[in-house]
Ligand binder design. Structure first.
Ligand code: FES
Length: 622
C-alpha cells in the first residue's frame, strides 16, 4: 500500500501498519509525545484521500475532524492513501538549538580547587630501536621502557597493539604514551602534539549536549547540542522504557543517542581541525534511564517496584565499544546515579553547585523534563524526583512546544482589555508556547482575573479571547492566519499538576528533615528550562517557594558542567562518587504526606495563601 504525502514523497506501508509507524520506518518523524500510543494527540495528519481504518480520535476537536484530521498512530491504511503533514506535527530533531555557554569554565575549575588531573596520564618515552642483536618485540621494548619509569603492569588492548608497529616507527621510537589512571594504554602521540582533547556529554531526556575540551589546559574548545533523537519514541523516560522492552527497541534507543553524539562531534572536529584519534577521554552524565540506555542495559526494572536500576556506579567503558567515534581506546566514565529516578545528572549538578561543601542549607532544583530536587549542605544531602512530567517541554499541552524559535516565551495581559502582549523566541511568528510562556500566561491570566485560583476560566468576562471548544474553555493567545495559539483549561490543569508536584516535592523533602523553607539560604535552579524561567512568575503560580529573589541562582546546564569537572579532575570524580553515596533518596510516590501536599498545591498559588505572602499582597492590590 502506498502513502502519498502532499509536498513530499510516496512511501510504502505494510498491511496492518499505522501511518505513524510507516512514516517512521521511512525516516519521517512526527511529534509523538506518547510514543505512538494514541493518547497525546500530537501526531495529527490530514487524511485527504483513500480508505483507512481510523481508531481513537478522542484528542481531536470537532473542527479538526471536519478537516479530516486523524492521529497517525491510530490510523491504518486499507489501500493507497494521500495525507498532508502539518508543520507543527513534524519532529525536527537536527535543528540547532541556542546554546548558553557556561561562562569561563577554566576559572570555574580553578575556583573549585579541582586541579587539572584528567583521567588520562601522559609519559614521554624513548625506546632503543631494534637491531639484529636486540630483537625483542615492539611490545616487550615498550614494557621495558615503562618499567624504567616505574609504570609496570600496563595493559594493552587489541586495538592499541594493532597500530603499535606503525606508530613506533613513524615517530622514530620517541613519543608520548597516554594511559588511564588504572594503567590501560590509550594512545601513542608525537611529542609535538601538546593538545589533548576530551568530551563532556550531557544526555538529557530532551537534548544532548557535547563540550569539546582541551584537557591540557582545561579550555572549552567548542560546544554542540541537538535534540535527543530518542524523542521519536516518546517524550518522557517512561515511554522510552516501554519502547526499550518492545522487540529491538533497546538497541534502537541506544543507537540513536550514540549517533546524536557522533553527529554533534564530527562537524565540531572539522571546525577545529582536530583529528578524532586525539580525543581520548569521555565523561557521560544523564538521568538513570538515559545512562542505562546509553549502556544498552534493559531499563524495565526502573519502573517496576521496588524501582531498582541495574547499575548506580558504572565501570569504565571504552569509546570503541560504546560506539563513540574518537580514539577507540578512550575511557568512557559515567557519572554515578543515586537510584532509579535520581541519576548522574543530579549528582553532576550538585557537584557543580558545590552545595555539598558549604554549611549553608541549599536547595537544588533541576526543572527539566523530569523534575528532581536535592537539599542539604556539607553534613547531609537528601534528594527526590517529583514526577512533574514533561509539560514544561510542551508535552501534554495543546500548542505546547520546546523553547526554540517561534515559541511564545513571555506573556503580558492587559487587565482592562485582556489583550495579550507576547514575547516570541527569535521574534518569529508564534508556532506554540514553551514552559516559561505557560508560567507567564497562567500568572497573568490569574492576576488579570481571567482564571480563578483553581485555574478555571471566569465565564462572565467581556472578551472574545475566551471561547468554548469541545475540550472546554480556552484563551486565544495569538490569532494566526492558519491557526490560533491557545491555552486551554486542560492545559492549565496540566501545568498546575506539574507545578504542584514540584512544590509538594520541596515541602515533603523539607519535612523529612524537620526543616521549614525559611531555613533555606540559597536555591539553585538548573536545567535548560531554568535558563528562561521568570522566578517572580514561577512564585506567583506557586511553583517555586516565596523566598527573596536574591536567594535564587540560575546555574544553567549543571549536568554538563559537572561532567566537565569530572573530565578534568580526579578529585571531582571522587567527589561525584561521594555525593552519590551520601545522598538519601526519598521515594515521594509512597509518601502519604506527598499526596496531601500535592493536593494543597493544586491552587494558584496554593490553598494556604500564608505560604505566599508576596503573592497575597499583590493579589490584594490587583
Ligand atoms: S497520539 Fe499519536 S503519538 Fe501520541
Amino acid at each position: 500500500m502506498e502513502i502519498k504525502i502532499t509536498n513530499g514523497k510516496t512511501i510504502q506501508a505494510d498491511p496492518g501498519q499505522s501511518v505513524y509507524k510507516a512514516l517512521k520506518d521511512n525516516g519521517i518523524y512526527l511529534v509523538a509525545s506518547c510514543g505512538g500510543k494514541g493518547v497525546c494527540g500530537k501526531c495529527r495528519v490530514k487524511l485527504l484521500e483513500g480508505p483507512a481504518k481510523v481508531g481513537s480520535t478522542a484528542k481531536l476537536l470537532q473542527k479538526e475532524l471536519e478537516e479530516h484530521m486523524v492521529l497517525a498512530c491510530t490510523t491504518f491504511p486499507e489501500g493507497d492513501i494521500v495525507i498532508e503533514i502539518p508543520e507543527e506535527s513534524r519532529l525536527v530533531i537536527g535543528d540547532k538549538i541556542a546554546i548558553s555557554r557556561s561562562k569561563d569554565l577554566r576559572s570555574f575549575l580553578h575556583s573549585v580547587e579541582a586541579g587539572l588531573i584528567p583521567a588520562i596520564r601522559r609519559v614521554y618515552l624513548e625506546l632503543a630501536p631494534p637491531t639484529i642483536q636486540d630483537h625483542s618485540s615492539d611490545l616487550e621494548r615498550l614494557r621495558l621502557a615503562l618499567a624504567e619509569k616505574g609504570l609496570e603492569g600496563m595493559r594493552f588492548s587489541h586495538g592499541f597493539v594493532l597500530d603499535l608497529a606503525h606508530s613506533l616507527r613513524a615517530l622514530n621510537w620517541k613519543f608520548n604514551l597516554d594511559y588511564t589512571e588504572d594503567l590501560y594504554a590509550v594512545a601513542i602521540a608525537s611529542p609535538e602534539q601538546v593538545d589533548r582533547y576530551g568530551l563532556a556529554v550531557d544526555i538529557g531526556t530532551t537534548t544532548v549536549v557535547v563540550y569539546l575540551v582541551n584537557y591540557s589546559d582545561g579550555s572549552l574548545v567548542d560546544v554542540g547540542m541537538t535534540y535527543n533523537s530518542q524523542m521519536r519514541f516518546g517524550d518522557d523516560v517512561i515511554t522510552r522504557i516501554v519502547h526499550a522492552t518492545e522487540g529491538g527497541g533497546l538497541k534502537e534507543l541506544r543507537d540513536v543517542v550514540v549517533n546524536d553524539i557522533n553527529d554533534i562531534l564530527a562537524p565540531m572536529l572539522d571546525r577545529q581541525s582536530i583529528r578524532s584519534a586525539t580525543v581520548d577521554s569521555v565523561v557521560i552524565s544523564g538521568n538513570t534511564t538515559m545512562s542505562q540506555l546509553f549502556w544498552g542495559l534493559d531499563p524495565s526494572s526502573i519502573r517496576e517496584e521496588p524501582y531498582v536500576p541495574t547499575l548506580n556506579t558504572y565501570p569504565i567503558w571504552d569509546a570503541g565499544t560504546a560506539g563513540i567515534k574518537i580514539n577507540p581506546q578512550a575511557p568512557v566514565y559515567t557519572v554515578p546515579s543515586v537510584g532509579s529516578y535520581v541519576g548522574g545528572d543530579i549528582v553532576a549538578g550538585v557537584l557543580a553547585s558545590r552545595l555539598h561543601l558549604n554549611s549553608e542549607i541549599a536547595l537544588f532544583m533541576d526543572i527539566g523534563t523530569n523534575g528532581e530536587i536535592a537539599i542539604g549542605n556539607n553534613e547531609w544531602l537528601m534528594t527526590a524526583a517529583c514526577s512533574a512530567g514533561p509539560c514544561f517541554e510542551g508535552s501534554g499541552i495543546r500548542h505546547g512546544m520546546r523553547a526554540t524559535e517561534g515559541a511564545i516565551e513571555s506573556v503580558k495581559i492587559d487587565p482592562a482589555t485582556f489583550e495579550p502582549t507576547l514575547g516570541v523566541i527569535g521574534n518569529a511568528t508564534p508556532a506554540g508556547i514553551c514552559g516559561s510562556g505557560m508560567i507567564d500566561a497562567i500568572s497573568e491570566l490569574f492576576f488579570s482575573g481571567v482564571i480563578d485560583q483553581r485555574g478555571k476560566f471566569m465565564r462572565d468576562l467581556k472578551t472574545d479571547r475566551i471561547r468554548i471548544e469541545d475540550e472546554g474553555p480556552e484563551f486565544i493567545l495569538y490569532r494566526g492566519e492558519r491557526r490560533n495559539i491557545v491555552l486551554s483549561e486542560v492545559d492549565i490543569e496540566n501545568v498546575m499538576r506539574a507545578k504542584a508536584a514540584i512544590y509538594a516535592g520541596v515541602s515533603v523533602l523539607l519535612k523529612e528533615v524537620g526543616l521549614s523553607l525559611d531555613i533555606v539560604d540559597r536555591i539553585y535552579i538548573a536545567g535548560g528550562f531554568g535558563n528562561y524561567l521568570n522566578v517572580d512568575k514561577a512564585i506567583m503560580i506557586g511553583m517555586l517557594p516565596d523566598l527573596p529573589k536574591e536567594k535564587y541562582s540560575f546555574i544553567g546546564n549543571t549536568s554538563v558542567a559537572g561532567a566537565y569537572l569530572c573530565l578534568l579532575s580526579a578529585k571531582m570524580r571522587k567527589e561525584a562518587e561521594e555525593i552519590a553515596a551520601r545522598m538519601t533518596y526519598v521515594e515521594l510516590s509512597v509518601s502519604r504526606g506527598f499526596m496531601d501536599e500535592y493536593m494543597s498545591a493544586l491552587f494558584l498559588p496554593h490553598t494556604d495563601m500564608s505560604l505566599f505572602p508576596t503573592v497575597q499582597d499583590l493579589y490584594k492590590k490587583s
